[in-house]
Design a protein around this ligand. Sequence first.
Ligand code: ZN
Length: 179
Amino acid sequence: MTVPPSAPLPSAAPDPLRAPWIAPMRRALVEAARAPGTGDVPVGAVVLSADGTVLGAGHNEREATGDPTAHAEVLALRAAAETLRKQAGQGGEGRRAGEWRLTGCTLVVTLEPCTMCAGAIVLSRVDRVVYGARDAKAGAVGSLWDVVRDRRLNHRPEVVTGVLEPDCAALLTAFFRDR
Ligand SMILES: [Zn+2]
């Protein structure tokens, strides 16, 4: 049997949408791996400035700290805001003291954010949210809800999904299997 000439070739083409976020996602995975020692679900997040500098990182600490809001995304957003606040205090350019917006930044997280984190992402004014694994049970960035792209909100960050999805999902699968 001959292959029809129109058959698509096996594709090794790079994925231009996701490729730029692979390295930051690896950084988020490193952060996620720090969580299980405390019994927390291994989810990690980083916030990048427009030039790709890591401004803040976080992993789930709900069990470790007894704080129901200590999700990776919230902690990474807080850490990034703190970094920018300190830079402003040192005469950093382009940011006023008292500024809380994370305009120009990207939040990269290993698991699709929940409703709380999706809300925090919108309120932080980040330009973009990038995630790895989908969360079919609680995801609020496309799965169960789509909070960040709700047209009734006046700030809607760009969304990139499925970056290193198998790696991100495997970490969670292993965690729940070993419990
Ligand atoms: Zn969350």
